[in-house]
Design a protein around this ligand. Structure first.
Ligand SMILES: C[S@@+](CC[C@H](N)C(=O)[O-])C[C@H]1O[C@@H](n2cnc3c(N)ncnc32)[C@H](O)[C@@H]1O
Length: 347
């Protein structure tokens, strides 16, 4: 098994000569990930889009210029690795079809368990009959987009499928594809119930999503003076900043688009977090949560406090014991645990 099978499958139509790419062609790689031997022919004209910080950083390390989202269009070739959420994936395919020039090619790939099976029907609905191949339990589909075959009305409809909209009776704005996009995650609900009114000073929310925990902190704890929102997914961070605008009176809010496992600023008086445990198509990524715990411990001031929630089976206690002076379980309910950890006064 390869390390990023969808990525490798995406490039097979080019490697096998099924799709030609002329030297100097303008290529957009949307939701780009590093790791593939990026086709030498389009090195010069490659534009990478990636809104998830760890993937953005890996592309940058591999020497590529990356933007969160480009306004440019008229590309000769658009490559896309659509997300797992169906509405978001359809919006990404529609966007790819709208960004390619007439006669240009769109190639998309996904794991069979993450939307690969519906790629063929979706791309052909937008742009006419597609070609396809299967490898590594993934599918790649591609189409030469002729103007006459492009369904402009469907492209516009699907491009709007992941548009920002109010959710939960207008309590937040959100969009398909971000974490728990149209609900409040039950783990976050449990943590919110255990956040004390006494939180004060400068805090941080690690993996802030659309700002659910941060909103609860601001509403509950009047002595909070500043809150830094760390989030890897730029589309979620933009929403968090919008969602918190109404409640930020007198509190300094700063959005930070970054990979928390690479470290945070600080020092913070307190940190709240519901760390991710699903990444790169894999669940149970305890390593990411452990990276969050280490970052939190380094970012807190001596004596500072962490409040976190996690699936109860995730093995965080050993890690907490290593980097915090004390930790205690405040709740153990419905498969989730809420933990309070205090950093040593002397560190
Ligand atoms: C379980 S969600 C919690 C979201 C929000 N705090 C809430 O309670 O609804 C975890 C969040 O962490 C973000 N995330 C994943 N990996 C990250 C990383 N390496 N650095 C920063 N944020 C990350 C995800 O995009 C997601 O929004």
């Amino acid at each position: 098994m390869t390390s990023d099978p969808a990525l490798e499958t995406l490039f097979l139509p080019l490697e096998r000569g099924e799709v030609a790419c002329a030297p100097g062609a303008r290529v957009l790689f949307s939701r780009a990930r590093a790791g593939a031997p990026l086709h030498p022919l389009f090195e010069a004209g490659l534009n990478c889009e990636q809104s998830f910080a760890p993937d953005r950083d890996a592309l940058t390390r591999a020497g590529h210029d990356v933007v969160a989202e480009t306004d440019a269009s008229g590309f000769d070739l658009v490559l896309v690795l659509p997300g797992r959420q169906r509405q978001e994936a359809r919006a990404q395919l529609a966007r790819a079809v709208s960004k390619v020039k007439p006669g240009g090619v769109v190639i998309a790939a996904a794991a069979n368990t993450e939307g690969g099976k519906t790629l063929e029907a979706d791309l052909s609905a937008l742009a006419g009959p597609v070609e396809k191949l299967s490898k590594h339990k993934c599918r790649a589909v591609w189409v030469r987009v002729e103007e006459a075959a492009r369904d402009a009305a469907l492209v516009a409809d699907w491009a709007a499928l992941d548009a920002v909209r109010p959710i939960l009776d207008g309590a937040f704005v959100s969009r398909p594809g971000v974490f728990a996009w149209d609900r409040i995650d039950p783990a976050s609900v449990l943590l919110i119930r255990h956040l004390p009114e006494t939180l004060s000073g400068k805090g941080a929310d690690l993996g802030a999503g659309i700002g659910v925990l941060a909103r609860a902190v601001l509403e509950r704890a009047p002595k909070v003076t500043a809150l830094d929102l760390y989030e890897a997914e730029k589309r979620a961070l933009d929403l968090a900043e919008r969602n918190l605008r109404p409640s930020k009176d007198g509190v300094r809010l700063t959005g930070i688009w970054s990979d928390v496992t690479k470290g945070i600023e600080g020092p913070y008086d307190f940190i709240v977090m519901n760390p991710p445990f699903h990444q790169g198509g894999r669940a149970d990524r305890a390593d990411v949560g452990q990276g969050f715990i280490r970052a939190a411990a380094r970012g807190l001031r001596p004596g500072g406090t962490l409040y976190m929630v996690a699936n109860r089976h995730l093995p965080y206690e050993h890690n907490l014991a290593e980097v915090f002076a004390t930790h205690q379980m405040l709740a153990d309910e419905s498969g989730y645990k809420v933990i309070r950890a205090v950093k040593a006064k002397g560190r």
